[in-house]
Ligand binder design. Structure first.
Ligand SMILES: *Cc1c(COP(=O)(O)O)cnc(C)c1O
Length: 373
């Protein structure tokens, strides 16, 4: 095969990940996602910032979870595991199921009954995971998989597994390589808070700094000090108003939001995320479901980018915080669009105008076109 053929983020960043020469890599060629500059929205809204979207919806299973899952499953297989388990709001289960299939091991996924987007459920089912719907939310599932994995031969692949964050940190390397340096701000949704923590690990390493956040420091930390940036960005995390423990400064017991991927009230990476916010001099802010859905639609209509509701909270947050001058004028801002809009067709269809139905005649169709031209 051609040497330049891309074969996934572990091969690409081997020198900065906790893998050995002999490690058998489980990959679906994840990562290497496009960084798309917004052209129309900033003009329309009169923003004087340069804004890029890192479209993680274009990973193999349609979300950034693939970055962490390639590492977690690679390490699980290396350790001899025959089965993995996770709790999920949807995307983790899709990724776990796909990478387990690739590795030829079993996967078990716990999802909240009725609160998972259809696309994600179909993925877990198609890849052959044992899908267990629980009468409870993500936080209940998280507690249960921690219990189960400590007593049964199951490897836990939620982001409490430090290898997940190691895989996910590579997003920062890709952004730095694409822009030539770190951006001024990096903006993302916050649910279980693993991703914001992983971004901070990645940006810290890219700038040659050990952040102390990787949880692998006792001997296995992958930090090699490969310096590719001169600075670290300010991190901004957006939460849905009904599931905003970082805004309330305490855990939330019954989280609710249309953005099911971030419908989490007890984030596992609580301390790491606070450290990332403080060290980067960033902030957390909340957006309502209405603001999230509006942003999802605006982004899809004005830029041709279709992300899922949880991802669109980044744009909702920008709309709110740029208005209030919280971003320094003339900044370079990167948004992580965490998952693809096709994951959740129900939400998309319910907020769009239904297609008109007419007779199959030239006249009826022509009249509609004329009205819309
Ligand atoms: C998992 C997920 C998030 C939240 O990431 P955390 O690491 O849990 O904070 C956001 N958006 C999408 C689409 C996700 O799948």
């Amino acid at each position: 095969m051609n040497d330049h053929h891309y074969t996934g983020l572990i091969e690409k960043y081997r020198d900065r990940l906790p893998v050995a020469e002999s490690t058998k890599v489980i990959s679906l060629n994840e990562g290497n996602t496009p960084l798309i500059e917004l052209r129309n929205l900033p003009v329309k809204l009169g923003w004087n910032h340069q804004i890029f979207c890192k479209f993680e919806g274009l990973n193999p299973t349609g979300s950034f979870k693939d970055r962490g899952m390639t590492m977690a499953v690679t390490k699980a297989v290396e350790s001899g595991a025959k089965a993995i388990i996770c709790a999920s709001t949807g995307n983790t289960s899709a990724a776990a199921a796909a990478y387990a299939a690739r590795a030829g091991i079993k996967s078990f996924v716990l999802i909240p009954e009725g609160k998972i987007a259809l696309g994600k459920l179909s993925q877990a089912m198609m890849h052959g995971a044992t899908v267990i719907q629980i009468r409870g939310n993500f936080d209940d599932g998280m507690r249960l998989v921690q219990e189960l994995s400590s007593t049964m031969p199951l490897n836990l692949v939620n982001s409490i597994n430090p290898y997940r964050l190691q895989g996910q940190k590579t997003i920062a390397f890709e952004v730095v390589e694409a822009l030539g340096d770190a951006p001024d701000y990096h903006v993302m949704p916050v649910g279980n808070a693993g991703n914001i923590s992983a971004h901070w690990i990645g940006y810290s390493e890219a700038a040659g700094r050990q952040c102390g956040s990787c949880n692998l420091c006792n001997g296995e930390c992958a930090f090699k000090g490969v310096v590719i940036s001169t600075k670290r960005p300010t991190l901004v995390g957006y939460q849905a108003s009904g599931a905003a423990p970082f805004l309330r400064n305490e855990m939330v017991d019954s989280p609710e939001t249309v953005a099911t991927a971030i419908r989490i009230g007890h984030p596992v990476s609580w301390d790491l995320a606070w450290a990332a916010q403080k060290e980067s001099a960033g902030w957390f802010e909340e957006c309502t479901d209405e603001e999230i859905l509006h942003a999802q639609k605006v982004l899809a209509e004005s830029e041709g980018i279709f992300c899922e509701p949880a991802s669109a909270i980044t744009v909702a947050g920008l709309i709110k915080d740029i208005e209030r001058n919280r971003y320094k004028s003339g900044s370079r801002i990167v948004c992580t669009l965490t998952g693809h809009g096709l994951k959740d067709p129900d939400t998309a269809i319910s907020q769009s105008e239904a297609p008109v139905v007419v007779e199959a005649t030239r006249d009826e169709i022509g009249a509609i076109i004329e009205r819309h031209l």
